[in-house]
Design a protein around this ligand. Structure first.
Ligand SMILES: *Cc1c(COP(=O)(O)O)cnc(C)c1O
Length: 415
């Protein structure tokens, strides 16, 4: 279903008019749709049907407590990469038994806390992490369940900054080294080896790399099974892309069906860690035009959101659609660069967009529900945007706009 659409030339989130919302909450603000969020999660869950599975939403894509809470209520699991994300999931009512912990640099304090919370599985990314985890589990008198995150050396054909499964990337353990590690793992008494995992990159728009890495995991699973190491799950990671512009990624259903086909009758649980595919198209960033100006052959629309609010365009030249909140038929259509107030030339949200604009107009940056707010910063001492969740005809402020005081509340001059 379309959760952001026009009625009589005005853009709505579900049944909420975005002009009215912006007048009340002010801009910039993120607006998410509950309906879209739940539909995306359910699409993953339902496509698996009877196949044993766990959908562990990748918290870093959008970690607002209200979003995590809605997913927890659906029965979602969570993929975390820090103690901060662990505490968010617990505060949101997430089930610790549905948490997997990824990341190359887990600190001892973070591991201790995760052991105490009794999370489902640690996705271990290096041999040294194995011994550290074993020691910490021993100190706490517990057994840690682990999966090895392997690096399958597969090119996901995506932006180099979001490629994670090539041998030059820092993530995971080289898949060819796993055989040599098995004796070590089995000799560590406070570890229980239950799975193998990978995550090769993000915004993947073809199935091939995802299925090739699954094939490599299945092959490894079979090798280990023949050595009497009975793993219970394979974790294929996240990475499924969405349509920002003209990409044609596989649908969630198509992707999950392909995974199920590959799996056949193997007695395995499948874990997926989707982030972007669940939240990206559930959100927009609302911003207001402050100034228009032209220089030489360029037209600039200077808006009140900036790269600190939405970093993807500056960081990886990402393209996100920019829609007028009120469609107008009067005035002159021009090519605009949509830029923010931050003092960097990388501070743009979109370039060469054909729009009819007046100062004060509202714009909606599409597909901003993933890696939007969660990557935002206070650069240029800008308070971070408010976040709003729309549920049919009502909206909730799920994160208040930061205040100027918040910016330096933790700072003090020396005495
Ligand atoms: C970022 C990440 C994900 C989610 O990736 P998406 O492309 O948003 O689906 C999943 N697993 C791990 C280990 C990650 O680092």
């Amino acid at each position: 279903m379309q959760y952001f659409k026009y009625h009589n030339s005005e853009l709505y989130a579900e049944e909420v008019n975005l002009v009215e919302l912006a007048n009340q909450v002010e801009t910039p603000c993120y607006v998410y749709s509950r309906g879209a969020l739940e539909e995306n999660w359910q699409a993953f869950h339902n496509a698996f049907a009877e196949t044993p599975h766990r959908i562990c939403y990748a918290v870093k894509a959008n970690s607002n407590i209200a979003i995590l809470n809605l997913l927890a209520r659906l029965g979602s699991g969570f993929d975390i990469v820090s103690q901060g994300e662990l505490e968010r999931v617990l505060a949101a009512g997430g089930n610790p038994q549905q948490i997997v912990f990824s990341g190359v640099g887990k600190k001892s304090s973070e591991i201790r806390r995760a052991l105490e919370a009794n999370i489902y599985c640690f996705n271990v990314e290096s041999p040294l992490e194995l011994t550290r985890l074993n020691t910490l589990a021993q100190e706490q008198g517990v057994i840690a369940r682990i999966a090895l995150r392997v690096n399958p050396n597969i090119d996901p054909q995506t932006h180099s900054y979001i490629t994670t499964g090539l041998k030059e990337n820092k993530f995971g353990i080289n898949i060819d080294q796993v055989a040599a590690l098995t004796d070590t793992i089995l000799s560590l008494p406070h570890l229980r080896w239950i799975g193998i995992a990978c995550h090769i990159g993000s915004q993947l728009t073809t199935l091939d790399p995802l299925l090739s890495s699954l094939d490599k995991l299945i092959e490894l699973y079979e090798t280990l099974r023949d050595k009497k190491i009975p793993l219970t799950h394979i974790n294929v990671g996240g990475g499924l892309g969405i349509r920002y512009k003209d990409e044609t990624p596989p649908t969630i259903d198509h992707y999950v069906q392909a995974v199920r086909d590959r799996l056949g009758k193997l007695p395995l649980e499948i874990i997926l860690e989707p982030g972007r595919a669940i939240t990206a198209n559930t959100g927009i960033l609302l911003t207001r035009v402050e100034y228009l100006k032209s220089s030489h052959d360029k037209n600039f629309a200077i808006v009140d959101a900036a790269m600190n609010d939405l970093m993807r365009p500056a960081l990886y030249q990402a393209w996100q659609d920019i829609l007028p909140v009120v469609k107008t038929t009067t005035g002159e259509e021009k090519q605009y660069d949509i830029v923010g107030p931050v003092c960097e030339s990388a501070d743009f949200l979109g370039k060469n967009r054909l729009l009819t604009l007046q100062p004060g107009d509202l714009l909606a940056i599409s597909s901003a529900g993933a890696y939007g707010f969660s990557m935002s910063s206070n650069y240029n001492s800008r308070p971070r945007a408010a976040e709003v969740l729309v549920d049919k005809d009502i909206f909730h402020i799920i994160r208040a706009r930061e205040t100027i005081r918040d910016l330096f509340a933790l700072e003090s001059p020396i005495g």
